[in-house]
Write a protein that binds this ligand. Structure first.
Ligand SMILES: [Zn+2]
Length: 229
């Protein structure tokens, strides 16, 4: 399989798996930058997220031009393009509507790592303090600036954008963002959550963010969902 075809398959699998676990509803999206180009693959606006296949992945460029596929691209595609423009290290972006993470920030509760894998967000979870759709380059640039060099930026009252160096790591970060938020939220309901001590956060930040970790989670969900296209 050629590289672009393979990337198209991965974007479709990631979108389907994120929909399966409830992090993308009927309108979230996943993209990947084609390495070494200004081109991006993203699921189309109209394809139902619960049934989409590699044929529903379209190609756009960083200026927002539609290049190929069964379009159009999602109206919030500017989120992806602005992050790719600001962050050359980022090769994959997911725009999620994660229920618990979103609620946690609506409640204005502090997001702290409380599970070991939550330490991947130890460098901070910034917030874009505007719930409206991000459908212009100008709004998206503001979001990308808020993201800075973090792995996720929260869009208050709306969702978030996860930005990492591969589709698999983007899926991994998405899963553990919501997992940490779920356990943290339950802990807030019961009392005062105990965050990880600094040495555990340091160990986790350096030790968890690895290719074999991404692959383990990716392969588990591929098998669970039967999405080997
Ligand atoms: Zn959205």
């Amino acid at each position: 399989m050629d590289e672009i075809k393979q990337l198209r398959v991965k974007v479709a699998q990631c979108c389907r798996m994120l929909e399966y676990v409830g992090l993308i509803d009927f309108s979230g999206h996943v993209s990947a930058r084609i390495p070494g180009t200004n081109q991006v693959l993203i699921n189309s606006w109209g394809a139902p997220r619960c049934t989409l296949t590699p044929d529903d992945i379209v190609k756009v460029d960083l200026d927002g031009n539609f290049l190929e596929g069964n379009g159009p691209a999602p109206t919030e595609t500017p989120i992806h393009l602005a992050i790719y423009r600001e962050r050359p290290d980022v090769l994959s972006v997911a725009h999620l509507h994660p229920p618990v993470t979103t609620a946690l920030f609506i409640a204005q509760k502090e997001f702290i790592p409380v599970i070991y894998h939550g330490s991947i967000f130890a460098r901070g979870v910034p917030v874009h303090d505007d719930s409206r759709h991000i459908n212009t380059a100008e709004k998206a640039t503001r979001l990308a600036k808020a993201l800075g060099d973090a792995r996720v930026v929260i869009i208050r009252g709306h969702g978030c954008a996860v930005a990492t160096e591969s589709v698999e790591s983007c899926f991994f970060a998405s899963i553990y963002l919501e997992d940490n938020a779920e356990k943290l939220t339950r802990a807030y309901q019961m009392g005062s959550p105990k965050g990880l001590p600094p040495e555990e956060i340091e160990a986790g930040y350096a030790g968890i963010w690895k290719e074999n970790q991404f692959q383990k989670v990716w392969n588990y969900f591929l098998l669970k969902t039967g999405l080997n296209f």
